[in-house]
Design a binder for this molecule. Structure first.
Ligand SMILES: Nc1nc2c(ncn2[C@@H]2O[C@H](COP(=O)(O)OP(=O)(O)OP(=O)(O)O)[C@@H](O)[C@H]2O)c(=O)[nH]1
Ligand SMILES: [Mg+2]
Ligand SMILES: [Zn+2]
Length: 307
C-alpha cells in the first residue's frame, strides 16, 4: 500500500465519498471490496482513509480505514446494529446558540453538552447574534457554563464581534458545530472563512418548519488547517444507549459528589441523603442544570429497554 494516498472523508452519499487528500486535492472514492467486507467499522465523515488510483480515475478506491481517535456516536452497547457514527476523529464540539431569534434553550444546550461528555469530547459554547440583545445580560445568563469548564464565546456573525477568538480555537482542529436551526452556525463559518460559502437560511422559514437549512454531515477543510463539520444538529443523536446510571458522570459539577450519596445506586431524584440534591438546595448546583439532569434521566431510562 506504499503508493496509497491518505485523506479525510468529507461527505458521503450512496456509497460515494468525497475525500480531502493530504496534498490538498479532493476526490470521489468508494470502498474497495476488501474493506467493505473485512472492516468492522462503517465508514463515517471524518474518517482517515488510504486511497489508491490514478489521478485521472473518476472514482478512487478506499483500501484502508485508519483507527479513530474519537467518535461522535449514537451509542448502542449491543455493538454493530443500530449504531450510527455521526463523525469520526473530532477534537471538539462547539454548541451554538443565539441570544435571540431563536431564544436560547438551556435544556437543549445541556443535552448537547451531555452528548459531548458521553463521547469524551471537549465542548465549547458560542452565544451568537449579540447584535440583537444586551451582551452583559447574555454573559450573566451563561456565566455558570464557564465555571463548569465549558468556555463561552459571545459572537455576532453580522458585526464580526468575537470571531477572531473563535477562529483561534478552530485553527488546526477538527470541530463539530452543532446547535438548533437558525442560530447562525453556517453564517459564523462563512464570516470566518468567506471561501466556504455555506448556505444560510432565512430564519423565519427554517425555524417555522422545524427544518434545518444545512442537511447531512459535511466536513469542510479549513484554509489554515483543520476541519469544521456543519451538522444539521445532534437532535437525532439520542442519548440512546447511555446507561441511566452513567448520566451523572456527564455533569461535571456532579462528578465530585458521586459516591457521597447515602445510597450507592442513588438516582439523585427523590432519595434521602442525596449529595447532589443537597448542593442543589444550597444553590451550588443551579436549578437549571439539575432540571436538565432530571429531564435527561427520564429520557435515558425510557430508552434503556429498547436495546
Ligand atoms: N442578527 C443576526 N442574524 C444572524 C447572525 N448570524 C446569523 N444570522 C441570521 O440567522 C439566520 C440563520 O442563519 P444560519 O447561518 O442559516 O443558521 P444555521 O445555524 O446554520 O441553521 P441550520 O443550517 O438550519 O441549522 C439567517 O437569516 C442569518 O442571516 C448574527 O450574528 N446576527
Ligand atoms: Mg446551517
Ligand atoms: Zn444522589
Amino acid at each position: 500500500m506504499s503508493d496509497g494516498r491518505r485523506g479525510v472523508v468529507l461527505h458521503g452519499t450512496g456509497g460515494q465519498w468525497r475525500v480531502h487528500l493530504d496534498d490538498g486535492s479532493t476526490g470521489v472514492a468508494a470502498l474497495s471490496g476488501k474493506v467493505k467486507h473485512g472492516a468492522k467499522q462503517k465508514l463515517a465523515v471524518g474518517d482517515r482513509v488510504v486511497v489508491e488510483g490514478e489521478p485521472e480515475d473518476a472514482v478512487l478506491a478506499i483500501v484502508a480505514i485508519e483507527p479513530r481517535r474519537s467518535q461522535l456516536a449514537r451509542r448502542n452497547p449491543s455493538g454493530q446494529r443500530g449504531e450510527r457514527i455521526v463523525a469520526a476523529n473530532l477534537d471538539q464540539v462547539i454548541v451554538v446558540l443565539a441570544v435571540a431569534r431563536p431564544e436560547p434553550n438551556e435544556r437543549m444546550l445541556d443535552r448537547f453538552l451531555v452528548i459531548a461528555e458521553a463521547d469524551d469530547l471537549p465542548a465549547r459554547i458560542v452565544v451568537n447574534k449579540t447584535d440583537l440583545a444586551s451582551e452583559p445580560a447574555a454573559r450573566a445568563r451563561f456565566a455558570n457554563y464557564d465555571a463548569l469548564g465549558y468556555p463561552v464565546h459571545y459572537t455576532s456573525a453580522r458585526s464580526g464581534a468575537g470571531l477572531e477568538a473563535l477562529h483561534d480555537v478552530l485553527r488546526g482542529a477538527t470541530t463539530a458545530f452543532t446547535g438548533p436551526s437558525g442560530v447562525g452556525k453556517s453564517s459564523l463559518m462563512n464570516a470566518m472563512y468567506p471561501g466556504l460559502d455555506l448556505r444560510v437560511g432565512a430564519i423565519s422559514e427554517s425555524v417555522n418548519k422545524g427544518r434545518h437549512t444545512t442537511v447531512g454531515a459535511h466536513m469542510h477543510p479549513l484554509p489554515d488547517g483543520g476541519y469544521v463539520m456543519d451538522t444539521p444538529g445532534l437532535r437525532e443523536v439520542g442519548l440512546w444507549g447511555l446507561p441511566s446510571g452513567s448520566l451523572d458522570q456527564c455533569f461535571p459539577e456532579f462528578k465530585a459528589l458521586i459516591g457521597a450519596c447515602r445510597f450507592a445506586d442513588c438516582r439523585h431524584l427523590t432519595e434521602p441523603g442525596c449529595a447532589v440534591r443537597i448542593q442543589v438546595d444550597a444553590g451550588r448546583i443551579t436549578a437549571d442544570r439539575y432540571a436538565s439532569y432530571v429531564k435527561l434521566r427520564e429520557e435515558v431510562t425510557g430508552t434503556e429497554n429498547e436495546w
